[in-house]
Design a protein around this ligand. Structure first.
Ligand SMILES: Nc1ncnc2c1ncn2[C@@H]1O[C@H](COP(=O)(O)OP(=O)(O)OP(=O)(O)O)[C@@H](O)[C@H]1O
Ligand SMILES: [Mg+2]
Length: 441
């Protein structure tokens, strides 16, 4: 366990390969949590930049945002429930134990998302480097996820690799073939709902729909020892690394200035984003397209940490889309307000909120239906790319872009307004209410 309760925040400034001390965290005297203060040495740098929109370059302390225990920009660099689980286990604690945030800062891998890191010292930067082959890391992730024994040495060996990325699913940042990737691992739940395969499929469809997504690869990694199964690993290329340099990244929660662990609002995100964007008029369309795609593809894990933005000290721009993970079983429920407090998982409802996205009604409807078309046209191929079984493919085809999700958007009118003839969709455009197929995965 680390003893420091005033960790230093180091930052990789744009175009620099070595990090510098940006500031220090210390218990706040305003409210419970950690306040951040820029280091004088940082404020004196000619190439200093604000670390986040709520942290302008100023020597005063910035109190913790309520709900995050620290300023939200700093919180974005922390491990979430998966990384905390790995650290808790090494410390012999239950997953539900909540240790001090400083412990998680100083025990997690340095190669974390974005361009910040946490260190005990302001004088010397000692990266907590990752390591281990993909197989070793995958085995360790599975053992930790399944609460199986692993051994203290092996736990320590992979800890930095397993704790650098956020989120709740088992994952690690890894290097493969000279490129840097986020690796997501299958869990026992994949036998109920094939999350890893469905995410691979969704990335494929998103690409066809014109949504910016990272390069993705699906790999099989043989588990050795008692369990001869081979597990699927989904790799997406890191968007926060650029030829070895680190890019600053903020979560949607930080940009929206939403400081509760759940909830939040997309219109609020957009209104906060527009003044930070170099092209405000494009942002509504971009956000709306991504939301429409998520709905059409039955991706309901739509919290504000599943949207992120590059940050250069002044401007925020969408990163490629990530966590496109449809849960093909169960009833989808939205988590974030799409407008007027609605969390309806419905394209029709989303289109009705067109004005919040600075779109016209027809424009919004056309985007929504284009996303439906992309899903309908490409989901079968996507299932093949994702190595789905026939049963899984049937599930994907019958549970995405369903009538329940589309509602009564008028496809014929939309096509006519674009000068197209109504097309038969091989019966795969589901005009019937969704009934899950009777399949065993
Ligand atoms: N391609 C990528 N490059 C860099 N960072 C990424 C990439 N994809 C995701 N991330 C980062 O990793 C975090 C976790 O990824 P992701 O949201 O896919 O995981 P998850 O465990 O499924 O999340 P959740 O808890 O929402 O289910 C993201 O919040 C983002 O910060
Ligand atoms: Mg996520």
């Amino acid at each position: 366990m680390q003893s420091s309760d005033t960790p230093f925040v180091w930052a990789y400034l744009p175009d620099e390969v070595a990090p510098v001390v940006a500031g220090v965290l210390a218990p706040s005297n305003v409210r419970s949590g950690l306040a951040f203060r820029y280091a004088n040495s940082y404020l004196a740098r000619p190439n200093r930049i604000a670390l986040g929109p709520e942290l302008p370059l100023d020597s005063r302390p910035f109190p913790p945002d309520i709900g995050h225990g620290m300023p939200s920009t700093i919180r974005d660099a922390m491990p979430d429930s998966w990384g905390r689980q790995v650290i808790n286990r090494e410390l012999g604690r239950g997953m539900e134990d909540k240790l001090s945030d400083v412990v998680y800062m100083l025990m997690s891998g340095s190669d974390r998302v974005g361009a910040l890191d946490f260190q005990e010292s302001s004088a010397e930067y000692r990266p907590r480097a990752g390591g281990g082959s993909l197989r070793i890391v995958a085995e360790a992730a599975a053992a930790i996820d399944n609460a199986e024994p692993l051994g203290a040495d092996r736990e320590r060996a992979v800890r930095n690799t397993l704790t650098a990325a956020g989120g709740s699913q088992p994952k690690a940042y890894v290097t493969l073939d000279g490129r840097e990737w986020l690796a997501k691992f299958e869990t026992p739940y994949d036998r109920v709902s094939p999350l890893i395969k469905a995410e691979r499929a969704a990335i494929y469809v998103a690409e066809q729909a014109g949504i910016d997504v990272p390069t993705a690869r699906l790999l099989r990694v043989a588990r050795q020892g008692v369990d001869p199964r081979s597990d699927l690993v989904l790799l997406t290329e890191r968007f926060d690394r650029d030829a070895g340099r680190r890019r600053m990244v903020l979560s949607g929660m930080t940009v929206a200035q939403h400081h509760l662990p759940s909830g939040g609002s997309y219109p609020q995100l957009l209104e906060q984003l527009r003044p930070l964007s170099t092209s405000p008029p494009k942002q509504g369309r971009e956000l709306f397209s991504r939301l429409a795609f998520r709905l059409a593809m039955r991706i309901d894990d739509d919290h504000l940490r599943n949207v992120a933005f590059f940050w250069d000290g002044e401007h925020a721009e969408f990163t490629p889309a990530f966590d496109l993970s449809p849960d093909l079983v169960g009833t989808p429920t939205g988590l974030t307000d799409i407008g007027d407090g609605s969390r309806e998982f419905s394209l029709e409802a989303l289109v009705s909120k067109y004005a919040y996205y600075h779109l016209g009604r027809d424009e919004a409807r056309d985007i929504a239906l284009a996303m439906v078309d992309a899903v309908v046209d490409h989901r079968a191929d996507a299932a093949d790319v994702a190595e789905m079984t026939e049963a899984e493919k049937a599930l994907l085809v019958t549970s995405t872009a369903t009538r329940d999700i589309i509602g009564s958007l008028n496809r014929t009118a939309a096509r006519a307004s674009r000068g197209e003839q109504p097309r038969d969709r091989l019966g795969r455009f589901d005009e019937k209410p969704h009934t899950p197929p009777d399949v065993t995965l």
